[in-house]
Design a protein around this ligand. Structure first.
Ligand code: FAD
Ligand code: UDP
Length: 367
């Protein structure tokens, strides 16, 4: 008999497992995939760590979280500074003085501010009600049309006017010549890949792979006193109120022999609507390795349907109302706890998932 059955070996499940084990509990982790790590999983291809589920850059302002992950593995000093390509021209991201110069030739912060203010139109006087209004009020219409609208609408498969404003607030707007995509104090990538980090979190913990909890939930629940479930909350309840909507992704990995450097940067975004992928990542630039070969991944946004991998929750009003119904059921469960990106239906980054898992163990489970 285990104290805890943890369904899912992603960041949420792995951190819960590590913490509970350190508190003396007996833990079993299961995952329906053939590997640990959930979406942060990386695979070593002759010296290059491939981010199998898209680019993952660790960043946080929270020293406790940074110290926590660094106590398991070493991180490098990677700084994400992606470029955006639009109609054959490259622009720096996030939106900063370099971007403004490339677009308008403005050279001082005041010139850039004046330019943006002149493009706000009537959104200047209202509280932004959707992503389009929020974007225009932050950076004006030119940047919205060039670097945001096409990317956003293909990424989400919806008009920017139908998306919540908060999505665009993830990107800083800076009036300095600084191409760092994140404003956090700490940033980097595990030198030996994320899979190594998850392996360290799960050290001396029993893990069973290729096991779908929902296919045999009674048998697995019987193995433990309590269950921590990190899969999709609506799937847990057999979609009885309907399915929460997600955006999915298709990843196209390509390996080139005799090409030591394909694009000169880890991430290039393609912001035109007509280009079917949103970004190309070249994995070796996350953690530079001297190899003759390289591996790139094109990320294609895709419609999600039941059975596909769910990547991005669509946190609009309709889905949030549906989530409320599922959360009500979850609250009534005895000895089953829900956490992580899928179970909470939250657009969580890794540091937020870790914070949430540590808090969750402290508040609920460590009696
Ligand atoms: P997941 O990683 O989804 O893990 C859930 C696990 O549960 C999976 O392994 C799944 O197989 C398993 N599972 C589900 N149902 C069952 C079942 N019925 N039975 C058994 N197992 C089950 N964060 C950052 O901080 N920086 C980034 O740069 C970044 N980039 C991202 C890029 C992309 C394309 C995506 C999609 C996410 C990105 N994230 C990034 C977010 C990051 O991936 C998540 O915050 C984190 O992986 C969430 O961990 P989790 O454990 O909650 O979920
Ligand atoms: N975004 C954009 N243009 C870009 C990059 C991002 O319009 O070149 C918008 C888009 O709506 C995206 C959101 O900003 O969904 C958040 O971007 P981020 O890079 O944080 O997305 P993630 O890494 O989570 O996919």
């Amino acid at each position: 008999m285990y104290d805890y059955l943890i369904v899912g070996s992603g960041m949420f499940g792995a951190v819960c497992a590590q913490k509970l084990k350190s508190l003396g509990f007996n833990v079993l982790v299961i995952d329906k995939r053939s590997h640990i790590g959930g979406n942060v999983y990386t695979e070593n291809h002759d010296g290059i760590h491939i981010h199998k589920y898209g680019a993952h850059i660790f960043h946080t302002n929270d020293k406790e979280i940074w110290d926590y992950v660094n106590s398991f593995v070493e991180f490098n000093r990677f700084t994400n500074s992606p470029l955006a390509k639009y109609k054959g021209k490259l622009y720096n991201l996030p939106f900063n003085m370099n971007t403004f110069y490339q677009l308008w030739g403005t050279q001082t912060p005041q010139e850039a501010i004046n330019k943006i203010n002149s493009q706000k139109g009537n959104v200047a006087d209202q509280i932004p009600g959707n992503l389009e209004e929020q974007a225009i009020s932050l950076v004006g219409r030119d940047i919205y049309e060039t670097l945001i609208k096409g990317y956003t609408e293909k990424q989400w498969g919806r008009n920017a006017t139908d998306l919540p404003a908060f999505i665009i607030n993830r990107l800083p707007v800076r009036f300095t010549f600084d191409n760092n995509y994140f404003s956090d104090k700490y940033q980097g990538i595990p030198v030996e890949g994320y899979t190594r980090l998850i392996e360290k979190l799960l050290e001396n913990i029993e893990v069973r792979l290729n096991v779908d909890y929902l296919k045999d939930r009674q048998a697995y629940s019987n193995l433990a006193k309590k269950v921590i479930y990190t899969g999709a909350i609506d799937e847990y309840y057999s979609y009885q109120f309907g399915a929460l909507e997600y955006r999915s992704l298709k990843f196209e990995h390509e390996r080139f022999e005799n090409t030591p450097n394909y694009q000169g940067n880890a991430v290039i975004n393609y912001t035109e609507r007509e280009v079917p992928y949103t970004r190309i990542i070249e994995h070796k630039h996350f953690n530079y390795s001297e190899t003759k070969h390289t591996v790139i991944t094109k990320e294609y946004p895709a419609e999600w349907k039941i059975g596909d991998e769910a990547y991005y929750p669509v946190n609009d009003e309709k889905n949030m109302a549906l989530l409320k119904k599922y959360k009500k059921l979850a609250k009534e469960e005895k000895d089953v706890y829900f956490g992580g990106r899928l179970a909470e239906y939250k657009y969580y980054d890794m540091h937020q998932v870790i914070r949430s898992a540590l808090y969750f163990v402290k508040e609920n489970l460590a009696e």
